[in-house]
Design a protein around this ligand. Structure first.
Ligand code: KG4
Ligand code: ZN
Length: 354
């Protein structure tokens, strides 16, 4: 099977082409091509993603990206199905991908497979990062039950996977802001551009190198709650008050910002790792999957790797080029676990689970 993946849930317009096969009952995949057009610079002045602008940009870039994707292949690929993100995400943005997929499918006489974006982040982490395009690979073997920790701009979720084909149960989630959203909002308070995650972690790293310690201690939200719930809005508000105080007393300079970025990143890491430990104990997971854009954070990657070692289980982190939104993970999720559908609808708040 050759599958075209389409992803337009947020501010990345992405297309990918994969081929899949079963060799003696084992699923194998070959990445033929993957293209991502990021709109981040365009949204940066707004401090977040502006949905109508995202929609307009997806509409503008889908066809040229498809032309480029097909032109990258030595021979015209015989595409069997199209996998497209149906949610969660920004509905106007999701619709552009869905409409484009349905139009192509009709033209080519093939089916469309709706994919949950979060499932994409889960299966994307099972790809072997070293395999170059054009090479067949097996997915990383997943010992079950597994725990997936999804950390992105829209989600902070602990998901238990206890059977193959994968079935998902959300065992923990945020009550308010997602962790990536908290990074983005705190970046805004510190007058850093969108997306805020990479900016905050860069400042935090400088603070560590220069040994700058924050004069303000931020809360570690929900760390002692005996459940798997998260909350990041209070942490963001604590940063707001710290910034206001610093402004009033005239100490809001680069050094203060670096210190606060470090303290904020430390607070996030302590919170995420504490809940992750609890979830691993509670679910008895035999493997750990990390997915979502925040998984690009180096300090977090190191912390998750250390926790997996502590528990004696393997950890699957997405390789850097697919830690953010991409269509490779969408094509893969469609191939592994998808069912074609005749009429698709964008689901802005679509949840994982059956
Ligand atoms: O998965 P993703 O690309 O889009 C969504 O589905 O939301 O995640 C984007 C989020 C943004 O909030 C961004 O600030 C965050 O991932 N992010 C990071 C880092 N790189 C991206 N957060 C912390 N540290 C990073 N290095
Ligand atoms: Zn995402």
């Amino acid at each position: 099977m050759i599958i075209l993946g389409i992803e337009t849930s947020c501010d990345e317009t992405a297309l990918a082409l994969i081929e899949t096969r079963q060799t003696e009952g084992v699923f194998e995949v070959c990445v033929l091509a993957s293209l991502i057009h990021s709109q981040a610079d365009l949204h940066s002045p707004y401090g977040g993603v502006f949905p109508t602008l995202a929609k307009r940009e997806h509409e503008k870039y889908l066809q040229p990206l498809l032309d480029q994707l097909l032109a990258s292949q030595a021979t015209k690929p015989r595409i069997d199905a199209i996998a497209v993100t149906e949610g969660p995400g920004l509905e106007p943005a999701l619709w552009t991908g869905i409409v484009f997929a349905e139009k192509l499918a009709q033209e080519w006489g093939i089916s469309v497979i709706p994919v949950n974006h979060m499932e994409g982040h889960i299966v994307g982490s099972l790809l072997n990062s070293d395999a170059p395009n054009g090479q067949w690979q097996k997915l990383k073997e997943l010992a079950l039950p597994s725990l997936a920790f999804l950390i992105s701009g829209g989600h902070t979720e602990l998901v238990s996977i206890d059977s193959s084909p994968f079935k998902y149960t959300i065992v923990g989630a945020t009550k308010d802001d997602a962790v990536g959203e908290a990074f983005d909002k705190v970046a805004r308070l510190l007058e850093l551009p969108y997306p805020g995650g990479p900016q905050i972690s860069k400042l935090a790293a400088e603070a560590r190198t220069e040994n700058i310690i924050s004069p303000v201690k931020l809360p570690r939200p929900m760390i002692h709650s005996k459940d798997l719930q998260f909350s990041f809005s209070g942490l963001k508000t604590a940063v707001l008050y710290a910034v206001r105080e610093a402004e009033k007393s005239g100490v809001l300079d680069d050094t203060f910002k670096k210190a606060l970025a470090r303290e904020f990143e430390d607070a996030v890491i302590e919170t995420l790792t504490s809940k992750l430990r609890d979830a691993l104990e509670e679910t008895g997971a035999q493997s750990l999957i990390i997915g979502g854009g925040v998984s690009a954070n180096n300090m977090l990657r190191d912390s998750f790797t250390a926790i997996a070692q502590e528990f004696g289980i393997p950890v699957f982190l997405p390789s850097r080029h697919i830690s953010g939104d991409n269509a490779l993970m969408i094509a893969l999720a469609g191939a592994l676990n998808g069912t074609p559908s005749l009429k698709l609808t964008a689901h802005g708040t679509k949840k994982l689970g059956y």
